[in-house]
Design a protein around this ligand. Structure first.
Ligand code: ATP
Length: 702
């Protein structure tokens, strides 16, 4: 990172409109970000843009962060733009003087609505009034106005704002990104992680007025050793990510950053609080019980039934107000009025406020017998009336993260669980604790029995959780739990005859953090392991995103087949192609799929389809159509191979080649997963490494 200069190009785009940072600055940043696939450059550009704002117009920073992450509010505050594609088309026609035919031709040729706006605006626009240069704050304000408009006349009002935005947009690029923002497909790869890294670096380098932070000025920065700096970067990132995992709302994070910069105090200021959901801790998959037992050797752990329902975070404050959030942080209090009514009954004496987590499962009213997940999905999503409930549920609590105003995240699981069990009151068939068994790796038979008993009552398998923290371990002390991470040695650059010893970096040895029994929001660690029944099968599964397709032939001529699937690159936000699939689909599925991704043949208008390759998809082939990424599909496969054609995980296991799946087969749609939860390239690379570790070397096979 060049710490002495802002990217001059960005600095030149700095312009203030009436004292506020112009939208042009942000657009220049988007264009620069979009022009590269290098993650380092993307982060640097964002860092520089954020620094310019911190130092010159801090009041615009929060709005810039929302715009760059293509959202206007966190998931638990339901604020939707609620704009159809037709509002944007209508605005383009009005502002750029296009007729239906011209617009359709452009749509067909370009595919992406942002690109259409770019071209349309370049051709000129009717100015009914003098355009006013857009500012970052102004654009964000208008988006909020669109989202808040409701009732009579709101559609016209939204339309007027969209037209105003397009009219005021200067040139093609501003129009392109205004339209992409309105369509909620910004495609600049400033996904959450990238934004948090950029914020942490920018705040380590630029001082908001009056704030204290580790790196005071450039002279000090220059004096610091590389390793020391790396430590400061890492701690900064860690703090910012931890804050956002506890309060996933930029409205909470950015103002505090501006006030105090990056210090340990940030963690206190952005800590857990009732009615703001924390990002849940996640479990790592294991292939089977024996892999789990090996991983947890020497530790005490709890095996718990893995119920097949919906994860719920239940918050209750001192006044008895209850909020319930989903795994994706959406507010679902209205869906479970029966649970809300239950809280005063299961909240024991001495409990004033709490945040607990559990699985909501559909059950039989009389017997309490578990019903499957499908039954639960039959319950309405909103405004369920207490008196009209037909699907009964039971909350199986498994964790307590906050109690009487105090976060419990740093307490070991054994202690949190004890508080959960002792302070709350069981209500048979309605509220209870997950069934569990405490064990060590010596107890393999008891664990196997427990696993079987979970499957017998239709659970998905078991969750296995570390109970206690180990005493502090020295870094690199050779503890069996600590993993040696080996990075592949870089290949010599092309043209170099032979790499000298020095050119090949030493295999990096590091270790994973010791397995702690703390609750780690937003992290997927080995301290929570999932053992599912399907994992006993030959293969793991991946959650992939369908991104493109070819016209089928023969019997499948009317449908899309094969379909191209991709993994998500968590760092760049791009989708990397991993395989084509034509297996596991039923005819009914193909038909519904063809209707959902319609190139215009079925309904006359293209829907969820583009004819031009989206910039965020990494694939060199030529499918017939590109899908708008919408869904997550669970896929089985035989094994993972290195591939020169597919781009998935490129650079992670080989410098130039990606990974692909052999015999991919569709299993089911993951309706419960958003795109951001699809499998990542990092995860795929991990599976490949695991597979390679298991494959006997050629000699051994012989
Ligand atoms: P993940 O949530 O780990 O990203 P996923 O959506 O594919 O993955 P699963 O692999 O099915 O989910 O496993 C995790 C989920 O299992 C949790 O999110 C939670 O809803 C559910 N669950 C059921 N029982 C338990 C339990 N005892 N402890 C923790 N989670 C449980």
């Amino acid at each position: 990172f060049d710490t002495s200069l802002y990217i001059p190009d960005l600095q030149a785009s700095w312009a203030s409109e009436g004292g506020q940072a112009s939208y042009a600055l942000l657009i220049r940043c988007f264009v620069l970000v979009n022009s590269t696939t290098s993650r380092i450059k993307i982060v640097d550009t964002l860092v520089n843009c954020i620094r310019l704002l911190i130092e010159s117009d801090p009041a615009s920073l929060l709005h810039a962060v929302w715009l760059a992450t293509n959202s206007i509010s966190p998931p638990y505050i339901s604020l939707e733009l609620g704009l159809g594609g037709s509002a944007i088309s209508k605005a383009l026609k009005t502002v750029c003087g296009l007729d239906n035919r011209a617009l359709k031709a452009m749509n067909d040729r370009l595919g992406d609505p942002g690109d259409v706006a770019f071209e349309a605006k370049k051709k000129g626009s009717f100015t009914l009034r003098k355009p006013k240069p857009l500012t970052i704050q102004g654009v964000y304000g208008m988006l909020r106005k669109i989202a808040m408009a409701e009732g009579k006349g709101s559609a016209e009002m939204k339309q007027r704002i969209v037209e105003r935005l397009l009219q005021d947009a200067r040139g093609g690029e501003e129009s392109r990104y205004i339209v992409r923002t309105l369509c909620q497909h910004l495609r600049i790869g400033a996904v959450k992680t990238t934004m948090l890294i950029a914020l942490s670096r920018a705040f380590l380098l630029s001082r908001p007025p009056g704030a204290e932070f580790p790196i005071r000025d450039r002279a000090e920065l220059a004096k610091r050793k590389k390793e020391e700096l790396a430590e400061v970067w890492a701690r900064g990132e860690e703090i910012v990510k931890a804050c956002f995992a506890r309060r996933p709302n930029y409205n909470d994070l950015v103002p505090v950053l501006l006030e105090i910069g990056i210090t340990e105090e940030l963690l206190i200021r952005c800590n857990l609080t009732c009615h703001i959901p924390l990002r849940p801790m996640l479990g790592s998959i294991t292939r089977d019980l024996s892999e789990m037992l090996t991983k947890l050797q020497g530790r005490d752990f709890a095996c718990e039934y893995k119920y097949d329902g919906q994860r719920a975070q239940v918050h209750c404050d001192e006044k008895g107000k209850v909020s319930i959030f989903s795994r994706h942080l959406e507010l679902m209090t209205d869906k479970y009025p029966d649970l809300v009514a239950l809280v005063p009954k299961f909240r024991g004496e001495g409990v004033q406020s709490f945040i607990m987590e559990g699985e909501v499962v559909a059950v039989d009213r009389q017997t309490g017998e578990l019903r499957n997940f499908q039954t639960l999905t039959n319950r309405a999503r909103k405004d369920v009336e207490l008196g009209s409930i037909t699907i009964d549920v039971c909350l199986f609590a498994f964790d307590l993260m906050y109690l009487n105003g105090q976060p419990l995240l740093d307490r070991p699981f054994r202690e949190r669980r004890e508080l959960l069990r002792s302070l709350f009151v069981e209500i048979p068939h309605h509220f209870t604790w997950v069934k569990s068994l405490d064990a060590t790796s010596q107890d393999s038979e008891a664990v196997l029995e427990f696993f079987k008993s979970a499957l017998d009552i239709k659970c998905e398998g078991i969750m296995v959780k570390i109970l206690d923290n180990l005493p502090d371990l020295e870094y690199g002390d050779g503890d069996p739990e600590t993993e040696v991470v080996e990075k592949p040695a870089k290949k010599p650059a092309k043209g170099k005859a032979k790499a000298s010893e020095k050119d090949v970096p030493e295999k990096k040895k590091g270790r994973r953090k010791p397995l702690l029994a703390t609750y780690e929001p937003d992290k997927r660690l080995d301290s929570w392991l999932k053992v599912k029944k399907d994992y006993n099968a030959e293969f793991d599964t991946l959650d992939l995103i369908p991104v493109a397709a070819w016209h089928g032939t023969g019997r499948k001529a009317k449908w899309w087949s094969p379909i191209l699937l991709a993994v998500r690159n968590d760092e760049t936000g791009s989708l990397e192609a991993v395989c084509k699939c034509m297996s596991g689909f039923t005819d009914a599925f193909y038909k519904a799929n063809r209707e959902f991704y319609d190139d215009g043949e079925i309904s006359g208008e293209p829907k969820n389809i583009s004819f031009k390759k989206p910039s965020f998809v990494e694939y060199a082939g030529q499918p017939d159509v590109w899908f708008e990424p919408q869904e997550v599909w669970e896929m089985a496969f035989a094994d993972i191979t290195i591939s020169p054609t597919y781009t998935a995980a490129i650079g992670l296991v080989d410098e130039d080649k990606g990974l692909s799946l052999r015999f991919p087969r569709f299993l089911k749609k993951r309706e419960d997963k958003g795109l951001e939860e699809a499998s990542t390239s990092e995860f795929l690379a991990g599976l490949w490494r695991k597979q390679e570790a298991k494959t006997p070397a050629a000699g051994e096979k012989d």
